[in-house]
Design a protein around this ligand. Structure first.
Ligand SMILES: Nc1ncnc2c1ncn2[C@@H]1O[C@H](COP(=O)(O)OP(=O)(O)OP(=O)(O)O)[C@@H](O)[C@H]1O
Ligand SMILES: [Mg+2]
Length: 260
């Protein structure tokens, strides 16, 4: 291990990326991991590291998902490079992509027009994703929603989650009508896409990507501007596919998301 300011980098990564000359950090760390940007003589990389068991399992999943999406799609996502574990932590190595998270870009935007354009591109980007064929082995018989409800029950039993048994029972009883499943991001918030040249260009934080219910992505996408008519319209103008109802929004954002 080589220690950077406050993060150890696995030796196996060093072999791959050369000497770390400098490290830097994102403005905002996520809730589930620590991210370090590694600047080496061979380029710029990201080491994402988790220590809690739940988050370590998500990181392993992200590694696999990213590798399969790299091979099977032309989506703009980081390139998977390596994954290692030791007794205490799991580490994912990937390419450093250009851009800043959409949340930061929205704060930095000076005019309403700039904000509207950003959110329009957020919608367009989601359409691209929902229209992309998933890796062949991702298509499965059991519905994504049924699987998520099982995972929600597991998370409720084994981890700390915001949801409770009463909410889970109601989600099981009040499932929305089936719709065609698509490739989904699975955590499509304004923190998990990167903006360059005033447009959303790149998807990150991919551990929950799956062949699933596109309404879940839409619900998480619009949660931060649900009551801003202009932004909501801009999003749907970019997205162009099916809008979700208030009930569907509540089911996915206020409901299912509480268990993850
Ligand atoms: N490949 C990458 N290229 C550029 N920046 C990245 C990359 N991966 C992560 N980042 C930066 O690090 C931040 C945290 O990364 P990420 O969202 O993957 O972590 P997380 O802990 O899983 O977040 P969450 O709390 O949403 O689960 C991102 O918001 C982004 O600023
Ligand atoms: Mg994130």
């Amino acid at each position: 291990m080589k220690n950077t300011e406050n993060q150890a980098i696995p030796e196996q990564f060093q072999e791959r990326i050369g000497n770390v000359q400098r490290t830097s950090f994102p403005k905002r760390q996520g809730a589930t991991s620590e991210v370090v940007f590694l600047h080496t003589d061979q380029g710029n990389f990201v080491c994402k590291c988790s220590s809690l068991p739940k988050y370590r399992s998500w990181l392993l999943k992200e590694a696999k998902v990213m590798e399969e999406l790299n091979v099977n799609t032309a989506l703009s996502i980081p390139t998977y490079l390596h994954y290692v574990e030791d007794e205490n932590k799991s580490y994912l190595l990937m390419s450093l992509e250009q851009g800043i998270p959409l949340r930061e870009a929205m704060i930095a935007a000076k005019t309403d027009e700039e904000k509207t354009n950003l959110i329009h591109s957020f919608g367009t980007k989601l359409r691209t994703l929902h229209e992309t064929d998933p890796p062949p082995k991702w298509q499965q018989q059991e519905s994504w929603l049924d699987l998520q409800l099982k995972k929600a029950a597991y998370n409720l039993k084994n981890y700390e989650v915001d949801g409770n048994q009463h909410l889970l029972d109601s989600l099981k009883e009040n499932k929305p009508d089936n719709i065609t499943q698509t490739l989904i991001h699975g955590d499509f918030t304004i923190d998990n896409v990167l903006v360059t040249e005033n447009r959303v260009q790149t998807f990150i934080d991919l551990s929950e990507s799956a062949f699933g219910d596109p309404r879940y992505d839409v619900a998480l996408a619009i949660r931060s501007f649900l009551y801003d008519k202009d932004l909501l319209n801009a999003f749907y103008e970019g997205y162009k596919l099916q809008r979700i109802s208030k009930e569907e929004f509540d089911y996915f954002d206020g409901g299912l998301y509480e268990f993850f």
